[in-house]
Design a protein around this ligand. Sequence first.
Ligand code: EPZ
Length: 430
Amino acid sequence: MEQYAICGGNPLVGEVEIGGAKNAALPILAASLMTDETVLIENMPDVRDTNILLQAMEAIGARVQRENRHAVKINGSLIHDLTVEGDAVKKIRASYYFLGALLGKYKKATVVLPGGCDIGCRAIDQHIKGFKALGASVEIAHGMITAEAPRLRGAHIYLDVASVGATINLMMAASMAEGRTTIENAAKEPHVVDLANFLNRLGANIKGAGTDVIRIQGVERLHGAEYVIIPDQIEAGTFMFAAAATRGDVTVKNVIPKHLESITSKLLEIGCEVSEFDDAVRVVASRPLGHTQVKTLYYPGFPTDMQPQIVVTLGLSRGTSIVTESIFENRFRYVDELIRMGANIKVEGNTAIIGGVPKYTGASINAPDLRAGAALVIAALAAEGMSTVDDIRYIERGYEDFHLKLQKLGAQIDKVESERELQKFKLKIG
Ligand code: EPZ
């Protein structure tokens, strides 16, 4: 059983390189099947979710050729199966991107219904509504969802919620539908824009991505291209809050500072110094930090994927802070673990009321999901004494070399696989 062993108390200091955005890579990989020509994708994060998706693509006949750890060539000309299934792919949310991609290209797709992090009810009604508007029939049976259409026709689609997944799925399908599609109340997240840019590079005609209204003129076929995925906004934000929580000084490199504005502004508000460069940000936390209020919102608001990281940091800041989760209804499950480390947090409905404490203390804790897992690692790095974090497979879904990057910043963290390795770690830290 793999776990992180962590000895906390050291400020994180130094530089860290951010990888490609997981949540952009996943739809871009699926969309690369929409052309019969070869696509080269660079700045691909080497994380569990992208690797599972690549395996699923190979299973239906795509040729996947690794150029190096972060570059992959994909050719979707020999796809022989429009059914995507299997235990691994069932566990990741992004498997539903095969629906939009294959429906667009082949007018049919069957995909095992998605799982993903357990952070609340994750409806797909808006995806289904959109596919139907494009002329597809959609059926759910035996844990699989099938979308099928003799012809896809452009349509006017209003999303009841600005869902990232639905916007992405509909953008893919509509790219190869006949005529014009308008998606209103579209999601505006950077990874939505990245997918639109990628599809346009393949020859699609998508305008307005990054605004509420996306207009797509369908095309008959897409062609090959080379594409570099944007940096991961959430990985960057995680290291920025790790710097704050450990009272460190970290320069986060290879980022787009504009994507980090909501994160930067909260760090400034609580008393960190943040300097922005062309493709880097430096976070210095040299003074005691203060309290704030924050509500998670769609982009450009404060991301739900950064909610646990800010809670962990505010738990160590002076005064009372309030954090409201407005996107997912079950994203405070990690708070119980944090309380075991000495945090003073009360959750009422979708709000956490956080009374700052001077320190956390190390404990044996479980990562309940990807972002909460990363946040608990931050808590352990800031805590006095030794912690272990279990269920790190969740963290590895979305963070590449998390413990190695933290080690480079001076963290005492190791991945251990046995009691013996844990004892070795304890001896090493003394
Ligand atoms: C994406 O999930 C991300 N996942 C999530 O990141 C992220 O938390 C989320 O967007 C919000 O930013 C991927 O990109 C793979 P949504 P997604 O559809 O697409 C409701 C991480 O940690 N909704 O925008 O599933 C839904 O219930 C992960 O990297 C409907 O009601 O999110 C939720 O309340 C976790 N009907 C809200 O919208 C629908 O048809 C946002 O969901 C679809 C969604």
